[in-house]
Design a protein around this ligand. Structure first.
Ligand code: 13P
Length: 283
């Protein structure tokens, strides 16, 4: 069932759980994530970032993601992650994505506000929701840059949400994209301040490598969407390597099955940590 992300996040706000937003690059990853969601009766978000379209063209993977969501027995939102250009954001909306992110976190605040407002106006025409980001999550979505972490200012978060009317806000509290060099320790003092001042669901990027107890504190304190990308890709690679090492790959279809399994195992693990299992029936 294809759902607007707002329905999922608003329901999560009533409890202490969060929805996993899993980055996918091909059909096997989509199938693996949805298998985990259906088996555990969890709502879930499928997403792809603009930087990944070099490998997975939006006009091909986008309709696949939307079709898979419609075909699922649990609520699934389809999200365009880290949108950088209006051209691609509009294309995702045309395809039927139910939410888009405009990532202006690298821009001066005023410019980020203006461009986010334009995205909100555009998405409204499609009945879709918008996520935006202020502060700087470290690293970069495709691992190509070493962006330094710059924690979100709670005062700026208030101004940003009031001005833009976004549906979800991604914040920087010591989190970073990719595999962490050291175990991250998040700034729960900043999260607490933002949560008490800002009345929208909060989003945590850079989910790979965050400790289960830190995820728990996040979902109990306003983080309602958690993005996982690198962990999915790593899990798929490991599953394929293991299947080869165990002599289980006799032909192409075994390789495909190992990919589905890798995405499934990773999604299952995070769904449990996010306490999302069984929540489909609430939506
Ligand atoms: P990771 O690759 O660290 O899981 O980050 C995912 C993400 O935030 C995608 O937007």
């Amino acid at each position: 069932m294809l759902y607007n992300i707002k329905a999922l996040l608003e329901k999560a706000r009533e409890g202490r759980w969060a929805v996993g937003s899993f980055s996918v690059a091909n059909m096997e990853m989509v199938l693996g994530v949805l298998k985990a969601a259906e088996e555990t009766q969890s709502p879930v978000i499928l997403q792809i970032a603009e930087v990944r379209l070099k490998q997975s063209p939006l006009e091909i993977i986008g309709p696949l993601m939307v079709a898979a969501a419609k075909n699922a027995s649990v609520p699934v939102a389809v999200h365009f992650d880290h949108g950088l250009t209006f051209e691609k954001i509009k294309q995702a909306l045309e395809i039927g994505f139910t939410s888009v992110m405009f990532d202006g976190s690298h821009l001066p605040l005023e410019e980020n506000i203006e461009k986010t407002k334009e995205t909100v106006a555009l998405a409204l025409r499609y009945g879709a929701a918008v996520e935006a980001e202020i502060g700087c999550v470290g690293g970069s979505e495709d691992g190509s840059e070493e962006i330094a972490i710059n924690c979100t200012s709670p005062a700026q978060a208030v101004e940003f949400v009031e001005e833009t009317q976004v549906d979800a806000l991604a914040i920087a509290i010591g989190n970073a994209h990719g595999n962490y060099k050291q175990t991250p320790h998040l700034r729960f003092d900043i999260l607490e301040e933002i949560r008490t001042k800002v009345d929208v669901p909060l989003v945590l990027h850079g989910g790979t490598g965050i400790l289960p107890e830190e995820f728990k504190k996040c979902r109990e304190n306003g983080i309602k969407k958690i993005n996982i990308a690198t962990a999915t890709f790593d899990s798929v690679q490991q599953s394929v390597k293991k299947a080869y090492a165990e002599g289980k790959i006799k032909g192409y279809y075994d390789l495909q099955a190992a990919e589905v399994e890798g995405a499934y195992v990773n999604a299952l693990k995070h769904i449990e940590i996010f306490d999302c299992a069984g929540k489909a029936q609430l939506i």
